[in-house]
Design a protein around this ligand. Structure first.
Ligand code: FEO
Ligand code: CA
Ligand code: CA
Length: 529
């Protein structure tokens, strides 16, 4: 990190003018003399997880593990979020896990030859969506899934999910399933949000100029006649009942994430990136407390520092191009660009700094613009008010050989306010120019305080072809839930597996959730005297 980057980061962490929102409790305090520094690890090309000293991991659950008498854990787990049943007992509760997409060979045995059968498509539909799990921490500190607990459920690509909207969406009031579930969020009323990101690979996408369908690579439309308009939404799931609904008011795009901020009057704001080259950043501001059913969707204009309402009633320009607000929301990308939303370099995860209220956005890369390494954007809302219509912004960190990371994707703040992020160098570019020196994808932390404040520390390396995703901290900050997604993704033939993680030997790779704990994690969250 250059001295300028380091100073900027320290200023960002320590002196932001944004209002204080919430400061989680720190574990204890120590002096700089007592602080054990973390020795960051080097890039690695290995088929296992490498961790810096002071951290260790346990495997919590992997693809195919039974969670009940009838259901199994899905494929390519991404977002994780934990909600305790009782805030006073933070070691026992619901873990929600997204299952984003499939590797047809592993999931359905379809290796690209001939037509995919209905049975194969059904297997793939079962593998996506999400898992609701009852998990708890044992006396020795390790976490376990409570097997066969009646609370354990699957939501899949076949679950009937109603639209939360007054009129039907493309002729129906509910969709068949959810898919492409990437990142998400948690509401203050104890539900999970899961985002449908690259939905077009399953049922394709409509060309709104011609009305024709652009096919998707997974070809589910050959077996099921579901319109693309039924996907690309933010889905809310109540873990107590398993009930889910698609919130049309939040718009339709390749939603990466749905990060929730609470307003003092009980309304919520949801930030979401649309992960594709030159797509936009959005925020939804609810108009009533404790619900996402009604509110206004805005798109970010970074040049003017303004949030622009994507609202048919307020925007004559939208009235010229669309029939009504339903069409605006279905064709959100087109509406956002018409209004002057700023094209960004793949806006992915969004997090809110718990100490300053600043909104932090991962901009992964934009290969078409030769932005190979990506950056992390910071937005400060006027007066620290998440409902504000004006903001300032700057670049918090820039990826590249000098800073040691590339393609930031998921973000998380821990209880000590340290910023963690994962890298997502795509499988087709990993180990090739200009990414070869970064080797496998990794997990990084930027300590907020102490002698390593502002340094970018690589603390974990993922197995072959995998990315780490869905970082989420337990309420006490002493466990990091983390997905190990798509190990062995570049496998093209069943007899040429590129990874055997986690079971080793000749086994096929299995995406899994791990828990990272350790003295180094505890120490990172101590306050300084
Ligand atoms: Fe599913 Fe943009 O990552
Ligand atoms: Ca992502
Ligand atoms: Ca990703």
């Amino acid at each position: 990190m250059s001295s300028m980057d380091r100073r900027t980061f320290l200023e960002f962490l320590g002196k932001s003018t944004v209002g204080m929102i919430f400061i989680p409790p720190l574990l204890s305090s120590c002096t700089s003399d007592e602080w054990k520094t973390i020795v960051p690890i080097a890039p690695a090309s290995v088929d296992r997880i490498v961790l810096a000293d002071g951290f260790f991991y346990d495997l919590l659950i992997k693809w195919g593990d039974p969670i009940s008498a009838t259901d199994q854990f899905g494929f390519n787990n991404d977002f994780n979020a934990f909600i305790p049943f009782d805030p006073a007992k933070p070691d026992d509760g619901f873990l929600w896990v997204n299952h984003e997409y499939i590797h047809s060979g592993f999931v359905s045995g379809y290796w690209g030859k001939g037509a995919k059968s209905r049975e194969q498509v059904e297997k793939e539909m079962y593998a996506v969506g999400g898992s609701i799990l009852h998990i708890r921490q044992k006396r020795n500190g390790a976490w376990e899934v409570v097997k066969n607990d009646p609370l354990n459920r699957r939501i899949t690509g076949m679950t009937d999910i109603p639209f939360q909207w007054p009129t039907p969406i493309y002729g129906r009031t509910s969709a068949m399933g959810t898919l492409a579930n990437c990142a998400g969020g948690v509401t203050p009323w104890g539900t999970f949000l899961t985002c449908e990101e690259n939905y077009d690979s399953f049922y394709g996408e409509r060309d709104f100029q011609t009305g024709g369908l652009k096919p998707g690579s997974d070809k589910w439309y050959e077996q099921f006649d579901n319109p693309p308009e039924h996907y690309g939404w933010v889905v809310e799931v109540d873990p107590r009942t398993g009930a889910a609904r698609k919130h049309v008011a939040l718009g339709r795009c390749a939603h990466e994430s749905a990060t929730v901020a609470s307003l003092p009057d009980g309304r919520v704001v949801v930030y979401s990136g649309d992960d594709a080259n030159d797509q936009c950043l959005y925020k939804f501001v609810g108009s009533e407390p404790n619900t996402l059913e009604k509110g206004t969707l805005y798109v970010a204009d970074l040049e003017a520092g303004k949030w622009l309402p994507v609202d048919f009633a307020q925007q004559p320009l939208l009235q010229q191009h669309f029939a009504d607000q339903t069409e605006v929301l279905i064709r959100l990308r087109e509406a956002a660009h018409l209004l002057g939303g700023t094209p960004l370099d793949r806006p992915e995860d969004v997090e809110i700094d718990p100490h300053t209220g600043a909104v932090v956005v991962a901009l992964t890369n934009n290969l078409a613009k030769r932005n190979f390494y990506g950056s992390i954007l910071r937005i400060e809302e006027d007066g620290g008010d998440h409902a504000a219509l004006h903001f300032r912004h700057d670049t918090l960190l820039t990826g590249g050989p000098e800073t040691g990371f590339a393609c930031p994707d998921n973000l998380a703040f821990d209880a000590g306010g340290n910023l963690w992020f994962t890298s997502d160098i795509s499988g087709s570019y990993m180990h090739k120019a200009p990414y070869e020196d970064f080797k496998n994808n990794a997990l990084y932390v930027l300590p907020r305080q102490g002698p390593q404040a502002g340094q970018i520390l690589r603390v974990a390396v993922a197995p072959t072809d995998a990315e780490f995703s869905g970082p989420w901290f337990a309420p006490d900050g002493r466990t990091l839930f983390l997905s190990v997604q798509h190990p062995g993704e570049n496998t093209g033939r069943p007899d040429e597996l590129t990874s055997h993680w986690p079971d080793g030997g000749d086994s096929i790779p299995r995406p899994s959730v791990i828990t990272i704990r350790g003295k180094a994690l505890d120490e990172l969250q101590m306050s300084f005297e």
